[in-house]
Design a protein around this ligand. Structure first.
Ligand SMILES: NC(=O)c1ccc[n+]([C@@H]2O[C@H](COP(=O)([O-])OP(=O)(O)OC[C@H]3O[C@@H](n4cnc5c(N)ncnc54)[C@H](O)[C@@H]3O)[C@@H](O)[C@H]2O)c1
Length: 349
């Protein structure tokens, strides 16, 4: 039987959840609640059931799942109260503004005996899944370095994301996705070093971009960069492995792979540059290098909900695990600290 879902915070992302629930094979949209009357009115105009207060949501025993899609600063209170009222809870990312707050939320879930998870929906992004599939197939060998970037040119959206008290800024907004993805791409290894610098090009109040470098215990390196003042974009993913490289230009493009067939070349044709010739930087030919593209993996983001419902029923393991979410929050705290001191941090995350 489908589970009854209520969305708290019917804004941009709450609307996304509501639309998905309306089409879902596993959940039913039972209603929405928002503090703004205009959002309640909009829901009503679409024939969606609405609640007059958050207390009314808490009091409704028909609800199986509460989705919290409010601005970041109020996640903690809504999540804890929903758990205490006996609901399973999905919280939007970033789940909390600190590890300490997150621990309180996890303690409430444990005490209530209810499922609590976070909507890390970018685990279903096709570009990420392509890079993950290449790593897992081993076709270009062990990872040396992964670079993950998103670039835009419009600064931070001019809403609560511009303001610190609401949990604004790009580390919390986009960083949380890209760091989460990166920790999935380099699994089972501790991070030993973090160095991050923020950008404040369009505002001083919060970071409007950042550049994070992480070193893992085996020496693998990862870069995560978010930019909102980039008028030419760098690639979404760039990866160096022991036997080749992978590259994804942007969200819509296939993954390009260059796989090394043989190290030694018979003859290297030098490249002419203004200052002279170079063989070191000359491109390889097809005798030593295989260049090809892989198809974009199939992905259905609604599998987040299919897993959620099975996890509530105890027949499947929860995909977005709380310990993974906590690790991402630890990295984000490291980012803020490193940016503040302009120092690299030795860590054990
Ligand atoms: N996973 C994703 O891909 C993704 C994408 C966008 C946003 N988000 C997350 O979703 C959350 C909401 O972001 P958004 O872009 O939808 O913001 P938004 O401003 O469009 O919507 C937030 C809504 O919450 C309502 N609200 C505020 N305080 C409330 C409260 N105490 N109780 C009930 N309603 C309240 C507001 O009136 C507003 O309608 C944020 O945590 C954001 O990071 C996630």
């Amino acid at each position: 039987m489908k589970k009854n879902l209520v969305v708290v915070g019917y804004g941009g992302q709450g609307g996304w959840h509501a639309d998905h629930a309306l089409k879902s094979d596993v959940v039913t949209l039972h209603g929405i609640y928002d503090i703004k009357q205009e959002r309640i009115d909009l829901a009503k105009s679409k024939g969606i059931n609405t609640y007059d207060s958050f207390e009314a949501v808490l009091a409704d025993d028909q609800i199986d799942i509460v989705v919290c899609a409010t601005p970041n600063d109020v996640h903690k209170d809504i999540v804890i109260r929903a758990l205490e009222s006996g609901k399973n809870v999905v919280c939007e990312k970033p789940v909390a503004l600190s590890v300490e707050d997150f621990d309180d939320m996890c303690a409430a879930a444990k005490k209530a005996g209810k499922l609590f998870t976070v909507h890390q929906n970018r685990r279903w992004d096709v570009d990420f899944l392509a890079i993950k599939s290449i790593i897992e197939s081993g076709e270009i060998g062990d990872t040396i370095n992964i670079e993950s970037r998103v670039h835009g040119s419009r600064g931070i959206p001019s809403d609560w994301r511009c303001h610190k008290p609401y949990g604004g800024g790009m580390i919390l907004d986009w960083g949380v996705h890209l760091i989460d993805q990166m920790l999935q791409l380099i699994p089972n290894e501790k991070i030993v070093r973090i160095y991050n610098e923020n950008t404040n090009i369009t505002t001083d109040e919060v970071d409007d971009g950042f550049h994070l470098m992480m070193t893992f215990e085996s020496g693998k390196r990862a870069t995560v960069e978010v930019g909102t003042y980039n008028f030419i974009y760098m690639p979404r993913f760039y990866m160096q492995c022991k036997n080749g490289s992978a590259y994804i230009e942007d969200w819509q493009k296939n993954c390009q792979i260059a796989r090394l067939k043989a190290w030694n070349e018979k003859e290297v044709v030098p490249v002419q540059t203004a200052a002279g010739i170079t063989k070191t930087m000359a491109p390889r030919d097809e005798i030593t290098l295989d260049s090809y593209e892989i198809d974009r993996p199939k992905s259905d983001v609604h599998n987040f909900y299919r897993n959620l419902v099975k996890a509530i029923d105890g027949v499947e393991e929860q995909l977005i695990k709380l310990e993974e979410v906590r690790r991402v929050l630890l990295v984000m705290e490291g980012c803020f600290k490193s940016a503040e001191t302009h120092q690299a941090l030795e860590v054990n995350i």
